[in-house]
Ligand binder design. Sequence first.
Ligand SMILES: C[S@@+](CC[C@H](N)C(=O)[O-])C[C@H]1O[C@@H](n2cnc3c(N)ncnc32)[C@H](O)[C@@H]1O
Length: 253
Amino acid sequence: MSDVSRETPATPALPGSARRLFPADRLTLAERYADLLATDGVLRGLIGPREAPRLWDRHLLNCAALSEAVPRQATVADVGSGAGLPGLVLAIARPDVQMTLLEPLLRRTRFLDEVVASLGLADQVEVRRGRAEEMAGGERFAVVTARAVAPLERLLGWCMPLVDADGVFLAMKGSGAADEVAEAAARLDALGCAPPELLELGRDVLAEPVRVVRVAWADPGRVGWPRPAAGSTSPAGRRRSAGERTRRTRRKS
Ligand SMILES: C[S@@+](CC[C@H](N)C(=O)[O-])C[C@H]1O[C@@H](n2cnc3c(N)ncnc32)[C@H](O)[C@@H]1O
């Protein structure tokens, strides 16, 4: 990672509420990640300098609160991970999950690769360079997450094809969550989703709870993406071609 200049804002101190959201033996990792975001993340333009002093309150604690909605031992894909939010935070808070961080921009996947190596998380976290829609028809996950990536209606088309038959999509949204659900009604129906649930997470820990739209399939027995047309390739063929298009940037430690 690059040298940290004196002008780089210092990482804010670990807030007491972090102790309720991260296991005791992962607090040091969470602090080291916060430090990397506030230093290298800011220097490399992945986090705005004004975000550094409020990293815990506005970013890390919110993302950690999402773990309430993630089942044990889940495979999780974080779509549009950026500098690792919420995916890296979740991986730190939940050592039991296997995390895939999906991000199309090289500058960001490089940072993610470096953070994963620096924190010693290579066995738990994989970084993939690519767009969510390139992975449709391939691997599926028990949980797919997204934060600040696109409006719900568009996200559904990118993310639901990555969700297991009995899995869920968790979209972190702000105060407009209910409006986004209403706007996405036709899309939800067309994709075969169950009526979404609006969750408020971290109520007893955070000043402001985190709003999450939770979407599952309406009929897990009938999930298929893309819906096969006559003469289309086998699912295995689709998986291969999706895999070929997805550039992997994972580094083995
Ligand atoms: C505003 S940033 C948010 C990053 C992070 N989730 C956060 O909350 O800080 C949106 C991210 O989504 C990524 N992105 C945009 N379109 C995408 C797509 N189709 N598939 C996967 N990632 C995408 C962008 O490259 C960018 O890193």
